[in-house]
Ligand binder design. Structure first.
Ligand code: CTP
Length: 403
């Protein structure tokens, strides 16, 4: 219908970008992107007039509109356009254009295909830059040599598509990445934009491959503010963290989900010195809660780590580890190749992270202890008795209280 309405307005509409790529890959597509040669907001209004259940929000100054269907699906409509970059990495100036030029401004050939959706040519592929061949040959290729200079986030997008699809950049694109990194293009980019792209990468289940790729392309100094001090050791740590995450997810299927990206913040940046770590994570503009949780985890992890290289008594160990989040614990578990440390941390994760006391404050009152600070003190002592193994269930807890 969209194609017909567009045609009735004398506009041509095309499916573009990731939607075409995913369609050719037979993959699930997230958002559907449509480009029209004409005014997208006008088309959107016309569609809404014919389908009152559609929700439409238009952005006339960008020439775009978003249609939301009652089922929650979304469709983005944009007017075809070209962008001129007044200076590298600056926001572009936009002008309307035909579909060919619209495709030319895109990142990679596999994302620069369009499919006709107007009635007389429905389904026909428009592929001026041979994206279909690159899809078949599993290749990420930029359209022109300034692509990464104009938009450095595309370097991280290239890695994202490599890892997600199991593709590789062609030699030329990879050379252009190295060249752009050498020219320090990332310095033009805000930390928040850098983090946005990075967070997508950190969410993929390919952390070791990602880390290797970031090393090969000399991107660690950009992301960390300094090179890796000891690449082999760093890599071994990442490999252990991959195993730890897998172990945790297998063992605790019902446990609250740990977020991969939180673990990777701690593993990838956790060895920086305090000032640099703070500076980097601040630049990323993480939400305040995430920032303080990450900083606190790293601090606690460092304190715990050196002490856990030797066996500790259960209560000392508990006090060192209980302030850490699960992501922090998994980072610590992977920090060193040391069996004693690993045994102690995994013991804590399995048996003590989610420690529940056999008695509550109410139970203590029922046992005759008056309300007041004494209850809190007793609960703290009870916790210690449980950690040390003196109390194992409600009965032993009650006996312990009576003594
Ligand atoms: N695009 C680009 N340069 C960027 C970001 C996006 O050229 N820095 C273009 C690409 O053509 C891309 C389209 O805009 O296909 C839509 O971008 P986005 O939704 O971010 O990516 P998708 O390709 O749809 O990928 P995903 O499946 O991850 O959403």
């Amino acid at each position: 219908e969209l194609g017909e309405v567009a045609a009735s307005l004398d506009m041509r509409a095309y499916l573009v970008g990731g939607s075409v790529r995913d369609l050719l890959l037979n993959a699930q597509t997230q958002d559907v992107d449509i480009v029209v040669e004409g005014e997208a907001p006008v088309l959107a209004r016309q569609l809404q007039a014919r389908n009152p259940e559609l929700q439409v929000s238009v952005h006339p100054s960008f020439g775009t509109a978003t249609l939301s269907f009652p089922g929650g699906e979304r469709l983005d409509l944009a007017s075809s356009r070209v962008e001129h970059y007044p200076s590298p990495a600056a926001l572009p100036r936009v002008e309307s254009s035909g579909i060919q030029a619209d495709l030319w401004r895109r990142d990679f050939t596999i994302n620069a295909m369009a499919m006709h959706i107007h009635p007389e040519r429905f389904g026909e592929l428009l592929d001026p830059y041979h994206g279909a061949t690159d899809l078949k040959e599993r290749r990420i290729r930029v359209l022109h040599s300034l692509s990464f200079i104009e938009d450095p986030t595309r370097i991280l997008r290239a890695l994202r598509f490599e890892l997600r699809l199991g593709f590789l950049m062609d030699a030329m694109s990879e050379r252009l990445v190295r060249n752009a990194v050498h020219l320090d293009v990332f310095s033009q980019l805000s930390g928040a934009r850098l983090w946005r792209e990075l967070s997508y990468l950190l969410d993929l289940p390919h952390a070791l491959a990602l880390s290797d790729r970031l090393s090969e392309l000399h991107l660690w100094p950009v992301l960390r503010g300094e090179p890796l001090a000891d690449p082999a050791r760093f890599r071994a740590r990442v490999a252990r963290a991959v195993d730890s995450l897998r172990w945790y997810r297998l063992l605790f299927r019902a446990a609250p989900e740990v977020a991969g990206w939180r673990l990777w913040i701690r593993v990838f940046w956790g060895d920086l010195d305090d000032a640099r770590l703070r500076q980097r994570l601040r630049e990323f503009q993480l939400p305040a809660r995430e920032l303080s949780a990450a900083l606190s985890d790293v601090e606690k992890l460092r304190q715990a780590r050196s002490r856990l290289l030797k066996p500790l008594d259960p209560w000392t160990r508990y006090q060192l580890l209980s302030p850490l989040s699960m992501e922090g614990l998994l980072a610590l578990l992977s920090w060193d190749e040391c069996e004693i440390l690993q045994a102690q941390v995994s013991e804590f994760i399995q048996h003590q992270y989610d420690l529940r006391l056999p008695l509550s404050g109410k139970d203590l009152q029922a046992l005759g202890i008056p309300r007041g600070p004494r209850i809190g003190e007793l609960l703290a002592q009870l916790r210690r008795a449980v950690v040390e193994g003196h109390v194992t269930d409600r009965e032993t807890a009650k006996q312990w209280i009576r003594q």
